[in-house]
Design a protein around this ligand. Sequence first.
Ligand code: MG
Length: 160
Amino acid sequence: MEYKVGIGYDIHRLVAGRKLFLGGVEIPYPKGLLGHSDGDALMHALCDALLGALALGDIGEHFPDTDPQYKGAAGSRLLKQVKAMVDKSGYTINNVDIVIIAQEPGLTPFKQQMKENICGLLDITRERANIKAKTNEGLDAAGNKEAIATYALVSLVKGG
Ligand code: MG
């Protein structure tokens, strides 16, 4: 196969008393994402997209939320481990596209730093990564500010 494509999705509940991490950026907000790890839905969706392209299952198989070593784990740490799997596969990352769905907080000021973090962790140039942020028009859990969700799509190319 010359190309492989993978999709990832994640959603975490917004709760008081947690720091909000998205794309490895700590974002000032009264609530954060609940989870066994740091709850970084962007990093988790991206890990799942990469695992999908590699046909290596999902993030829950590799980093079980019952495993104490992943308690509070930074999303960047998980992404680094998945990147090592990509490196072993003989494929390279062609591009990454991400959609964050958050009614609040506004994410425009933080998108660039998220992109920098992702490009750094995945060792890709800036034109290979894109992050979009949108509200959910007040609808459903993300729209009601109860959660933040993320979709990620990646393509891999053989060799490189
Ligand atoms: Mg998650």
